[in-house]
Design a protein around this ligand. Structure first.
Ligand SMILES: C[S@@+](CC[C@H](N)C(=O)[O-])C[C@H]1O[C@@H](n2cnc3c(N)ncnc32)[C@H](O)[C@@H]1O
Length: 312
């Protein structure tokens, strides 16, 4: 697959809304080139010094980059992104230079581009995500480490929607549980569930690239005996009884399978739904309640919402 890199020279203030616009437009990940990164102390946190190239960073403002698949919608998508960014001015957000450039990258370049910006990150009480090419020494003896090579699949583990899912899994998964992960991407949530003590995890994704990446990552983290990865459209044809169903997919997609999520849960089981923008929160909550579940908790991180619901 060919990928296109969209690069936006903007301001610090606009990073978050622009990242949201890019995610909404289907970008698999967003990279921020902020000159502040060059100054930042990283040694204390991870015991390592990172080699960053000043040539990659703008002198002023920040550059937000994202990767979009080259397909027949690309032109429209880019126009929508440009329009949405320009609209930010109406909300008094300073978009700075607002220089938007598009360039094509091939698969290999895309994968290596990620590696430059992807460092170990402690994302919850228990978990630290470490890219496979980093040599990381745990800070605490009870720290759980997920090694990841996201490859071309979504899921570096550090996106707010993923972080909230992992935090929700920490609260809901018990030893011996059966967990279903809908839209597994790199497999990060399935790996986390297995490390939290689940005895069986079913990872599902429609995208073959994700299925392969998830299989690779489950082996890398030595949880492949617990996690099975299958190509599947949402929960279609599934008649299972899980303790936890977790899904980090956009609200529009969650709305398509809230009934199936409820059907595939045991009594007392949890549905963790993430990837929801604020504006869609109520619609998703209504659908979850309509499916017979009760809302236990609503989490919020950087404008993203995750919901923990229970089957009573
Ligand atoms: C936002 S990513 C989440 C990846 C990972 N679970 C995480 O939390 O980082 C959403 C994933 O859902 C998958 N997906 C989208 N539509 C799907 C569908 N209809 N059935 C199964 N998977 C789907 C995508 O391929 C992608 O890997």
């Amino acid at each position: 697959m060919k990928w296109s890199e969209i690069s936006i020279h903007t301001t610090n203030e606009a990073i978050e809304p622009i990242s949201n616009i890019l995610h909404e437009a289907g970008a698999s990940g967003v990279v921020i080139e902020d000159p502040f990164e060059l100054e930042k102390e990283r040694e204390d946190q991870f015991g390592e010094i990172y080699q960053l190239n000043p040539g990659d960073y703008p002198e002023e403002g920040v550059i937000v980059k994202a990767y979009l698949p080259v397909n027949s919608f690309l032109g429209e998508t880019v126009e929508e992104i440009k329009q949405a960014i320009t609209n930010l001015v109406k909300f008094n957000i300073d978009i700075g230079l607002n220089q938007v450039t598009i360039s094509e990258v091939n698969e290999e370049e895309w994968a290596t581009a990620w590696k430059k910006y992807y460092n170990p990150v402690k994302i919850s009480k228990k978990f630290t995500i470490v890219p496979t090419w980093e040599d990381y020494q745990p800070v605490n003896s009870d720290e759980l480490i997920i090694e990841l090579d996201p490859g071309m699949a979504f899921g570096t583990g550090t996106h707010p929607t993923t972080v909230m899912c992992i935090q929700a899994l920490e609260r809901t998964v018990k030893k011996g549980d059966f967990v279903i992960d809908v839209g597994t991407g790199s497999g990060v949530l399935s790996i986390a569930a297995a490390m939290l003590g689940a005895s069986e995890v079913k990872a599902l994704d429609l995208d073959e690239v994700a299925v392969n990446a998830a299989r690779l990552n489950t082996k890398l983290n030595k949880v492949h005996d617990v996690v099975s990865v299958t190509q599947n459209n949402l929960l279609n044809e599934m008649e299972l009884q899980a303790d936890v169903v977790v899904a980090n997919i956009l609200a529009e997609v969650i709305l398509l399978f809230t009934n199936d999520a409820a059907k595939n849960l045991k009594k007392g089981g949890y549905f963790i739904a993430s990837g929801i923008i604020q504006q869609k929160k109520q619609q998703v909550k209504d659908a979850i309640i309509e499916a017979g579940l009760s809302i236990e908790e609503t989490m919020l991180m950087e404008d993203w919402v995750a919901i923990i619901a229970k089957k009573n």
